[in-house]
Design a protein around this ligand. Sequence first.
Ligand code: 26Q
Length: 798
Amino acid sequence: MQLTTEKFIRDFKDTLHEEQMIKVPDASPAELFETLAHTIRKYITPLWLERRRKLVESQQKIAYYFSIEFLPGRMLETNLLNLGILDTVKEGFAELGVDFDAVRNAEHDMALGNGGLGRLAAAFMDSLATTGYPGFGNGIRYQYGLFKQKIVNGYQVELPDDWFGSLGNVWETRKDHDAVFVNLYGNVYLRANEEGRITPIYENAQVLRAVPYDVPQIGFGNDNVNNLRLWDVEIPEKFEHFYPTLESRRKVTDITAVLYPDDSNSEGKELRLIQEYFMTSAGLQTIIKSYLKQGLPLEKIHEKVSVHINDTHPAVAPAEFMRLLIDEYGLEWNEAWQATVKTMSYTNHTILSEALEKWDAGLFKYVLPRVYQIILEIDNRYVAELANRGIAPEMIENTRIVKDNQVHMAHLAIIGGHSINGVAKLHTELLKEDTLRDFYAIYPEKFNNKTNGIIQRRWLQISDEPLSAEIDKLIGNHWRTDIHELRKLLDYQNDQQVLNDFYRVKQEAKARLAAYIKESTGVEVSTEAIFDVQVKRLHAYKRQLLNLMHIIKLYWDLKDNPDKDVVPRVFIFGAKAAPGYHFAKSVIKLINEVANLVNHDESLQGKLKVVFLENYRVSLAELIIPAADVSEQISLASKEASGTSNMKFMMTGAITLATLDGANIEIKDEVGDDNIVIFGMDKDEVYSHYQRHDYYSRGVYESNPVIRRVVDTFINGTIPNASQEGSEIYEALITHNDEYFLLEDFASYVAAQEKIDQLYRDKGKWAKMSLVNIAHSGKFTSDDTITQYAQEIWNLKK
Ligand code: 26Q
């Protein structure tokens, strides 16, 4: 959009006077933020209405992305950048004497997600709007986002993330007229009506009101506005009398109160099932209603609508869609089924078959009696059809939806849809050959890969503007609209001046992070040190513990030989552990106690520092990632479906230190072996251990003195205040046979770390590697990923 600085200043002041009745110098950053957001909303509204009008008029096909998580982080800068007015606003603020950074920091992260899966969903919203494909989000308007993490005495403490605060969500619009009802519980029996049609009769169901709040998703540079629809729950007016007590009302509002943390312990919780059904049913109901307004026949809905199931969390969708088409709209089973399969598609984000979502059939039937009947019918027909096709009984049994008294949600998503995709090449191959191999034998045509991507605009233009400006100087600014132009940087890979400039930009980002570290932890770190970063959810398979073991080895090396010639290192961690994940919390405690130990040991001469930054989240990532020299991507091969932080680090010039897992493999393919440091077993070696049952961690421990010394450090009192946690770690590694092969990969990890140390000594060479990584990072734009979804799965037109 077009906007002059003068007009912006006028609009901003008007809004401030109207809404806050104060003048600029008297306003707090929060008030200025709210005012700015409201000013921008006025710019967005006409674009939003226009987009809706055009979509109605053109009757284009629309994809609906169903996800129980959306993790956009802060929206202010993204909205300004995408509207093309970020610089105008910054200039306007400069004229008004307002500190833009202070205002930006007043926005609370919208953290309605755990990690990669939720962040990916948010990235896809931006990319859909940017590429121009009609794609809308459908999720839950949680009152509290993922918990806020505090570190107290080295332990993780969880506090509620009250993100509405006093401002509410400044970006949303409540859409009362689109509210729908969602039924739970009760009894259902079937009865023939006057025409002889079997219809379900509901008794004693609990009726909830679902109210949508729409959040605009603005395309970059195209004035295109899509919709992210988040559902909240309310008590329907005519049922108010059923909820006479606060307690009974709270039971309802609890449905959208909190986001569940990624945790196997919370599996099987009734409230989670209700959340999943609530957002799915509400979303599907409004989709059908808006489709019918076009006057088209329901059995052809797949020609105008795609419903995408992001992981199994909304995988009740095929069954709920069948229920709506048959019970509410009178379609016959077969025509409803054809339409359903053609409408639905599903993305898998996990490799572990035991992690695939299942529900106890009894609980499912109790909460969703009619949906359960429909699932049984789908299951029966599936079994009959496959038997007819001559499929082996064992294969049918493995793939059916209801078995052993459990409802298998991934099976429902695969059978009830036309597409299933993994999120990186390796991941998709593993799904085909291992986790879902029987499905692959039955439906090979449904399987496809869509390697994840990231929003390059957030990670370069917003979080690393100094690097972006440097890139502009070399190749012009067209890369800001076509990220693949970054490849032009390769022309400068041997230009010393350019390499110096890139090095300087990195050092400045490190200085900004160093200041934050000092302020938030009190630890002083030198920007001459290698900033070695691992930020992601804490999980055993991601192997933060392997990183810590290497730190302990360095510690002993330096204790033995204080003059050892090593490049100083700062190891930086950020990670939340699910509140019920005991092991993960012990790892956090140990990282913090090792940090205390090494940061205060003068004999180490500042060569080794360890920092745990609390409350890792999108806005903190924007500070950390541009400042990284080394990106730790060290999951056990085959376990990380894709990873997406690996792509962000690459894009801002960190060198990846990685196993051959997830998208790391595709990063290596892009940059070549010389511009990445790979270590550890590959997935074939890992699988071969599984097959042969030949891994024995105690054997490694007993025969390797370095490993023994490192592991013993957990139990011999070296690390103060963590003897309990140390013993647990020791037990996991030695008594429980080290499930993620840390000991096996340790030697090769240490060698890789030594290689990093050597490489970093040659600043020119390092800067060149860094530049080559940036130059190839356009491969991972989510604009391209979403284009593949739109063309290959959803069949959309711009
Ligand atoms: C499970 C049970 C009960 C409650 C919550 C959950 C739950 C919640 C979140 C299970 C899983 C998640 C999130 C998973 C996730 O973020 N997976 C990551 O997805 C990324 C995007 O595809 C990949 O890059 C990562 O490799 C993958 O770990």
